[in-house]
Design a binder for this molecule. Structure first.
Ligand SMILES: [Zn+2]
Length: 410
């Protein structure tokens, strides 16, 4: 318990102290008994894959994510402490921040270039993945495999050839929509909240071509953020397994970003998997209302921020998170609530169809016990405490994603 308290207080300390405390807390926690030690070993020896992380947004703002970073949920050091072997880095361009489709595509390409630049800075630690063999190679060399996942089909506009261009640069999954609907499909948010504004509900004719092109190239279709109608159209159209790269369970937390039981069953039937999003708003149905109350309590501070930064900018978002995260942490769900979502999928369709899609650095706050990516060994500990065998834990941690990657991307 003491160690947990230490970690909660970390943000008050400077970066170096935080780093030392974090690694000390992790190693001490797992060396308390020989049994605990072996759980840490199990985690570090397992292939750990996380299918969604937004840290490149920080790097685009000039922040150094290759050194320990006090404000972020992930960075080079935290990935190592978390035992991450494969990380999908999300390429996401805000739909509100550009003037035309061309600019979306340029910005997405700049993000990919940034990731390549970062990899070139730490060639002994990170390696880009263009094929399944690259994953095996990186694993042998003890390097983290960096995978490109595009979030939001708006970046291709109406040009199918852009899928080929992104694939050439390493795109391994395409999230057909983000919260905004686009030329490809209707989003979950719009199907639930703005249905009357939609010209097409479901997958458009262009969207069907996009699915076919992804299938042909070996790009995994990601249905997180997709509306239900669009989801079922994808199930009908896709010849390959599909994934939800960062979604949780609707039955446990009824949010439009989560998946209903019949959707989870359909993903499993196709050989894909659901990668559980840790964001408290998708894990605990009471979180969002409480978080909104915090926002309104800080409306003056937020107004001052809005005068300083464009409210659509990443900088505004980063500063807002910094301001509110400690207050929101007080009522965040905990690691056991994340385990409930994983177990729900396991009970519904089996252990072969679930994994981790954390959304680190894409959301303001994470559950207690999983505050940043360095905490992932605790997830293994909890899974084992909940009766999962080592074989099953390894499937959840990364084996299932590896299987799907091998089948679809080759
Ligand atoms: Zn997302």
């Amino acid at each position: 318990m003491k160690l947990i308290l230490l970690v909660i207080k970390l943000p008050a300390l400077n970066g170096i102290k935080v780093k030392l405390f974090l690694s000390l807390a992790l190693s001490l926690f797992f060396t308390v008994t020989s049994c605990e030690r072996s759980i840490h070993d199990i985690h570090m020896e397992s292939f750990v894959a996380d299918t969604h992380n937004d840290i490149i947004l920080r790097a685009m703002e000039g922040e150094d994510i290759l050194s320990f970073h006090q404000e972020t949920q992930s960075d080079l050091e935290k990935f190592k402490l978390g035992g991450v072997d494969l990380q999908v880095f999300s390429i996401w361009v805000s739909p509100s921040n550009v003037n035309n489709d061309e600019e979306y595509f340029q910005k997405a390409n700049s993000m990919i270039s940034k990731l390549n630049f970062l990899i070139s800075r730490v060639p002994d630690d990170w390696g880009l993945v263009k094929s399944f063999q690259d994953i095996s190679y990186n694993n042998r060399k003890n390097k983290m495999s960096c995978v490109i996942g595009v979030e939001g089909g708006h970046i291709i506009g109406n040009k199918i050839e852009r899928i080929d261009q992104l694939h050439n640069r390493g795109m391994k999954y395409l999230g057909l929509t983000w919260n905004n609907s686009n030329n490809i499909a209707s989003s979950a948010k719009d199907e639930v909240l703005n249905i009357n504004s939609l010209s097409v509900i479901g997958l458009s004719n262009f969207g069907k071509k996009v699915v076919r092109r992804c299938n042909d190239l070996g790009v995994i279709i990601d249905v997180s953020h997709l509306g239900e109608q669009a989801f079922w159209d994808v199930i009908e159209q896709s010849k390959s397994p599909i994934i939800a790269s960062h979604s949780s369970v609707f039955s446990l937390c009824p949010h439009y970003r989560n998946l209903k039981d019949d959707q989870i069953k359909a993903i499993a039937k196709k050989g894909g998997a659901v990668f559980i999003n840790f964001y408290p708003g998708y894990i605990d149905s009471t979180f969002s209302k409480k978080a909104d109350l915090v926002d309104s309590k800080y409306d003056i501070e937020l107004e001052i921020l809005a005068e300083k930064y464009d409210t659509l900018s990443n900088q505004y978002w980063f500063e807002k998170m910094k301001l509110l995260k400690h207050e929101k942490a007080k009522f965040a769900p905990n690691i056991n609530d994340v385990i409930k979502h994983i177990s729900y999928v396991v009970d519904l369709v089996g252990v072969d169809f679930v994994g981790i899609g954390s959304d680190y650095d894409g959301v303001e706050i994470m559950p207690t016990g999983l505050e940043n990516v360095a905490k992932l060994p605790f997830l293994t500990k909890k899974l084992i405490e909940n009766g999962y065998t080592i074989r099953d834990v390894r499937k959840i941690l990364g084996g299932n994603f590896k299987r799907i990657f091998k089948e679809v991307c080759k």
